[in-house]
Design a protein around this ligand. Structure first.
Ligand code: ZN
Length: 114
């Protein structure tokens, strides 16, 4: 259900971009997902296909989900580093840092369109 509301807001954003740029067909949309969030890319794809089945521009668009590492700053020594898996341990001072998994759950990175 979480993914359903995410998908409707994604489609709303895409609709705005489609209008602004007068796109006629969207081939692919690349997303960036917070790798520590609970978002299920498969569910988003499922709802997207369902919700855009009558959509002239978005129908049959492929979705790609990227999960880049998250950049954080160590709360003990201030060292900036990328976290790809948990727990987040600072490579400089080896202290543990907490990750905010709610931030930037998902964002549109690239849209491939005509
Ligand atoms: Zn540190």
């Amino acid at each position: 259900m979480h993914e359903y509301s995410i998908t409707t807001s994604i489609i709303n954003i895409l609709d705005k971009i489609i209008k602004e740029k007068s796109l006629t067909r969207v081939e692919r949309v690349d997303f960036e997902i917070n790798r520590f969030s609970s978002i299920e890319p498969q569910s988003i794809k499922f709802y997207f296909d369902f919700l855009t089945r009558e959509h002239k521009v978005l129908k049959n668009a492929k979705l790609k989900f990227l999960k880049p590492g998250i950049k954080i700053k160590c709360s003990s020594c201030g060292n900036a580093y990328k976290v790809k898996s948990l727990p987040a341990v600072c490579p400089a001072c080896l202290s543990f840092n907490s990750i905010n998994a709610d931030i930037d759950d998902i964002k549109i990175k690239t849209i491939l369109a005509d």
